[in-house]
Write a protein that binds this ligand. Structure first.
Ligand code: SF4
Length: 323
């Protein structure tokens, strides 16, 4: 793999504006994504993963603002682009399949019309071209294009709808595809199918993928690199092999110990004690310290810096910092 960075996020801070004050849903997060890689972003619900994706796309909900930082996409800072310029990037260069999107398809429209409408919305009016592209992508996703394209959403299973949504997001061959919990609403067999299809699609197209999930076992299955987030902060990042073989951050270790062991006693599967902190009044020092079994005095006083403990492997924890 080359080292070209398609996306570089630096010191990104995203605030929810609440009656109690700004809530930093993403807090000083920095990472880069190499072209052609699948990068998994993992953390419990509320860790800031979706907010991070929506900030990259500049599609944040009401009363949510990028407070600081930059999002460089091929050297262009997306944070500074006008809405018109950003519209040229969304879908065409960076596309997004949102969480719980299975009901996003219009029940009164045939699938083919969803493709045509998406094409038209982004300036492509050549129906034949759009249909050809839709058929090509649907084939890669193992969908019978004739049947699916001329059917209605209610005629499709959950797995088929998810594949249609992925196909729709790929109609312009984006450089970066962001998938937000694409398997969460599906049964286990369909999850397996979708993961295999995404891997296959990636193998064929070499597109760059950001894959958001709360399930660290899925990351092991699909991703090349992993970013572990907790309470809006980056805890650990690195290539999947390195991080899974030797996880350093106590939160990464806790997530990994929550993976059920198929051959072991299911009762030994552990959940992480405690809950996410109040982000408006976060704990002092390391934000994970109230839940960390390794916490010591300094952790309660000072926030650990993100330290590159070896090339590409970054950990934010006093256990690995000499500072
Ligand atoms: Fe735990 Fe301290 Fe490391 Fe935070 S800095 S993860 S509290 S050991």
């Amino acid at each position: 793999m080359g080292n070209e960075h398609i996306l570089e996020v630096k010191n990104l801070v995203v605030h929810y504006l609440t009656a109690r004050g700004p809530l930093p849903a993403v807090n000083d997060v920095s990472f880069s994504i190499e072209k052609g890689r699948i990068v998994g972003v993992v953390g419990e619900s509320g860790s800031g993963k979706t907010t991070l994706a929506l900030a990259i796309l500049r599609q944040l909900p009401r009363l949510t603002r990028i407070h600081k930082g930059s999002v460089m996409f091929y050297g262009i800072d997306l944070v500074k682009l006008s809405e018109k310029e950003m519209n040229e990037i969304r879908w065409k260069k960076i596309s997004y399949v949102p969480q719980a999107a299975l009901n996003a398809l219009n029940p009164t429209m045939k699938i083919i019309d969803h493709f045509i409408e998406t094409g038209n919305a982004h300036g492509i009016n050549d129906k034949k071209l759009i249909v050809e592209k839709a058929v090509e992508i649907m084939k890669m996703l193992n969908l019978e294009s004739e049947r699916v394209l001329y059917g209605y959403p209610h005629e499709l299973s959950g797995g088929m709808k998810q594949r249609v949504l992925i196909a729709l997001s790929m109609i312009f061959e984006p450089e970066l595809l962001i998938l937000d919990e694409p398997t969460t609403a599906l049964d286990l067999l369909t999850q397996r199918l979708i993961l295999d299809l995404i891997k296959d699609l990636h193998r064929r197209t070499h597109m760059t993928v950001m894959f958001i999930t709360h399930d660290i076992a899925t990351i092991a299955d699909i991703a090349d690199d992993v970013i572990v987030m907790y309470a809006g902060k980056l805890m650990e990042k690195g290539d999947v092999f390195t991080v899974f073989k030797n996880p350093h951050h106590p939160y990464t270790k806790a997530l990994m110990s929550s993976i059920p062991d198929l051959t072991g006693d299911i009762n030994k599967m552990r959940s992480i004690p405690g809950s996410l902190p109040d982000l408006i009044n976060p704990p002092s020092g390391c934000i994970f310290h109230p839940r960390c079994p390794y916490a010591f005095e300094k952790c309660k006083r000072e926030e650990p810096p993100a330290v590159e403990i070896k090339p590409g492997h970054v950990v934010s924890c006093w256990l690995y910092s000499e500072q």
